[in-house]
Design a protein around this ligand. Structure first.
Ligand code: MAN
Ligand code: CA
Length: 160
């Protein structure tokens, strides 16, 4: 009985330490990610969805993060891309991560060859393609899956 209680206590503690992402979010490198693949929204609605969960559309800083996203996008996309938090809506051709307000040109990028091409002069939002995992600019009013991202908060969502 005593060892059972010890084990129970241990499990509760471990849970409290690890449960720093909400249920159904995936933890990676100190961040929490939600891959929304059950519905599709336009870019603005997707951003608002993320904000409702104290998160933002995902911003990609490194090839490690890109590879992590790619793994999940490949499994979940089934023919549709996912919105990321990049846009050139303010100034054509100047791609910006809209939450951190950093220029993509200052950091890591993974554009598909030939992108961004601003097809029809109307492509101002950034999707990660489901099959190549690379980036394309596409009209912001299209419907896509999307990826929300927030910092993980140690002990912040304690379930234990
Ligand atoms: C489609 C769209 C465009 C993209 C081209 C690439 O037309 O997805 O955004 O640039 O394909 O061929
Ligand atoms: Ca394009």
């Amino acid at each position: 009985m005593e060892s059972f209680l010890t084990l129970l206590l241990l499990l509760i503690c471990v849970n409290a330490i690890e449960a720093d992402c909400p249920d159904n979010w995936i933890k990676h490198s100190g961040q929490c990610y939600l891959f929304v693949d059950h519905t599709m929204l336009d870019w603005n609605d997707a951003l608002n969805f993320c904000k409702n969960f104290e998160s933002e559309l995902a911003e990609v800083q490194t090839s490690i993060e890109e590879n992590f996203l790619a793994q999940h996008v490949r499994q979940l996309g089934k023919g549709n891309g996912f919105w990321l938090g990049g846009s050139d809506i303010i100034l054509e051709g100047e791609w910006m991560w809209m939450t951190s307000k950093t220029l993509l040109s200052m950091g890591y990028t993974a554009w598909m060859p030939g992108e961004p091409n601003n097809e029809g002069n109307n492509e101002h939002c950034l999707e990660i393609k489901w099959n190549s995992f690379l980036w394309n600019d596409t009209p912001c009013d299209q419907q896509r899956h999307f990826i929300c991202e927030r910092e993980s908060r140690p002990g912040g969502d304690v379930v234990g």
